[in-house]
Design a protein around this ligand. Structure first.
Ligand code: FRU
Length: 544
């Protein structure tokens, strides 16, 4: 396992202040070099980076974005709200940006939904469809959408600066405009806390009430509450670990939902996602999860890992460096669990060299819970809308070929910056076998995705992927243990202008990493080292 060393505990307490500081340093630098266009100009400036503007992944037109918020499906539209700075390309003035999509791939950006003001910023949260108008904020005929978010109070408000509490806002025009509730906040801790945030609300059908999961981030605790009307909340229970693995890490963006085990509705299990920063599997921020039971009051994890300081002992939604703040859509069609994660990492997000925007969402994913190696594990695959888009487009197909201790272009005609590649690799006698994507003509530069037979690991190495020097914290390689079944590895690789997502063995393992390649580096190479490997069932689809 290659990981960056985590920050020291004392540094975490200054998490937010250092985030602000680095944002301001960045803003100051940008102003000095006049690199970042003013908010009034949409024209491309010399420092703009269209070569890294994702084609398949959501990015805001301009400015800073982090966590997905308020994920809800309603009347045929997926709503994606997100942490957004309306005023600059750096973290600050946190508000909720808004985009919608019918297919989870093509997005329309809308006006800012909830804005920071003189007295508060708007941190992460969720949206529910209040179909029975339990809140009374709509009407029976026009039920409201209700957003639950964290108010972060400023000096001059009725709270001490920095206090975090849960507030609500509602929309009676299907999510397009929002009114904050007049008696906010609806939930505060006593005494007030500066780490109480990220409410994720869902309807708990067996009990007939609303359920909120929220965190006290620096105490590494998920707190559950219930409500009949989304306004009055009663404490239910805390979820934490008897031996929290890394005391300095923040627990953020919790999500609790049920999934049938192995597709059998008579065997539902509960999944608790806890986003952890730092101390993730790939260093910095990552999405950890637990599988267990929820009885309407308390979540109990099936397996509690014995005290350990190794993230590899825990379960992760993604093994790359750039998948954080992942949560699920509420009200998703036919009960599917669809997630979106922020495709970045707090270790270096504020230094990402993109303009006039900073921040992208990973490809949405459909989750399932399957028994793998004797225990329930989440699988994540691209959504069916994406899969059918891939199928509808012409592909370069190759049945099978062998590579013996060599490297070469996969298919000389199949160059591209935005591609979907499906293939099977049988590493055979090779020590290492795999692909180099977004590669230069001779393959010296590129992102290497390969299987290592001596360590039985899947690897993504971005040490020569393009601009890696924008931050010393940009980790270079991400490795996951993955024993082969029948000697084969099935891969789906989604390549975009700024990212690589590797779905191995039908979503059993995922690695998501940002890359910043040169636009001309668009070859796909295959290689085998130290022996013979077989590549088969190759389909390369241009997705641009
Ligand atoms: C997670 C997070 C949340 C918080 C938001 C602030 O990335 O730190 O806990 O609500 O970002 O932007």
């Amino acid at each position: 396992m290659i990981r960056r060393h985590s920050m020291h505990d004392s540094q975490h307490r200054f998490f937010f202040s250092s985030r602000v500081l680095s944002s301001w340093l960045f803003a100051a630098l940008a102003a000095v070099t006049a690199c970042v266009p003013t908010s009034s100009s949409l024209a491309q400036s010399a420092a703009d980076t269209p070569q890294w503007r994702s084609a398949l992944h959501y990015t805001p037109q301009r400015n800073w974005m982090n966590d997905p918020n308020g994920l809800v499906y309603y009347k045929g539209l997926y709503h994606l709200f997100y942490q957004y700075n309306p005023h600059g390309n750096f973290w600050g003035d946190m508000s909720w940006g808004h985009a919608t999509s019918r297919d989870l791939i093509h997005w329309d950006e809308h006006a800012v939904a909830l804005r920071a003001n003189q007295t508060e910023e708007i941190f992460s949260g969720s949206v529910v469809v209040d179909a029975r108008n339990t809140s009374g904020l709509g009407t029976a005929k026009r039920p409201p959408l209700v957003a639950l978010y964290t108010s972060v109070y400023k000096a001059g408000s009725r709270h001490e600066a920095g206090v975090q509490a849960q507030s609500i806002a509602y929309s009676t025009d299907d999510g397009m405009t929002w009114q904050p509730y007049v008696h906010n906040p609806v939930l505060t801790l006593s005494p007030e806390s500066k780490q109480f945030r990220d409410p994720k609300v869902s309807w708990f059908a067996p009990g007939g009430y609303w359920l909120m999961a929220t965190v006290v981030a620096d105490a590494q605790v998920v707190k559950f509450y219930r409500s009949d009307n989304l306004i009055d909340w009663t404490f239910l229970s805390d979820f934490t670990l008897p031996d929290v693995p890394h005391r300095g890490a923040l627990w953020e963006m919790p999500d609790l939902f049920a999934l049938p085990l192995d597709g059998d509705p008579s065997r539902p299990k509960w999944v608790m996602i806890v986003n952890v920063n730092p101390w993730s599997i790939a260093g910095g921020s990552g999405a950890m999860y637990f599988v267990g039971q929820f009885d309407g009051t308390r979540f109990v994890a099936d397996d509690v890992v014995p005290a350990s300081s190794d993230p590899a002992r825990y379960q992760w939604l993604d093994h790359g460096a750039d998948y954080y703040a992942a949560g699920t859509f509420s009200n998703a069609p036919s009960g599917t669990a669809v997630t979106i994660g922020w495709m970045s990492n707090w270790d270096y997000a504020s230094h990402a060299p993109t303009a006039p925007w900073k921040g992208a969402m990973a490809l949405p994913r459909e989750l399932a819970l399957k028994t793998i190696d004797g225990r329930p594990q989440l699988t994540s695959v691209p959504p069916s809308s994406y899969v059918s888009m891939v199928k509808q487009r012409p592909a370069t197909r190759i049945d099978a070929f062998d590579v013996s201790s060599a490297a070469r272009d996969l298919a000389p005609s199949a160059r591209g910056a935005v591609q979907n590649i499906d293939l099977t690799i049988r590493p055979g006698t090779a020590h290492r076998a795999g692909l180099i994507v977004r590669a230069s003509a001779n393959g010296d530069v590129g992102t290497r995705i390969f299987y290592d037979t001596s360590t039985q690991t899947l690897n993504l190495d971005r040490s020569r992927s393009g601009n890696t020097w924008f931050s010393g914290a940009f980790s270079k390689a991400h490795i996951v243990n993955l024993p082969l079944h029948d000697g084969r590895l099935d891969l789906q690789v989604v390549i975009d202008r700024n990212s690589v997502e590797v779905f191995a063995d039908h979503g059993r393992t995922v690695i998501t990493d940002l890359i910043f390649p040169a636009p001309g580096d668009d070859h796909v190479r295959v290689f085998a080292e130290g022996g013979d490997a077989r590549f088969s069932d190759v389909a390369i689809t241009d997705m641009d």
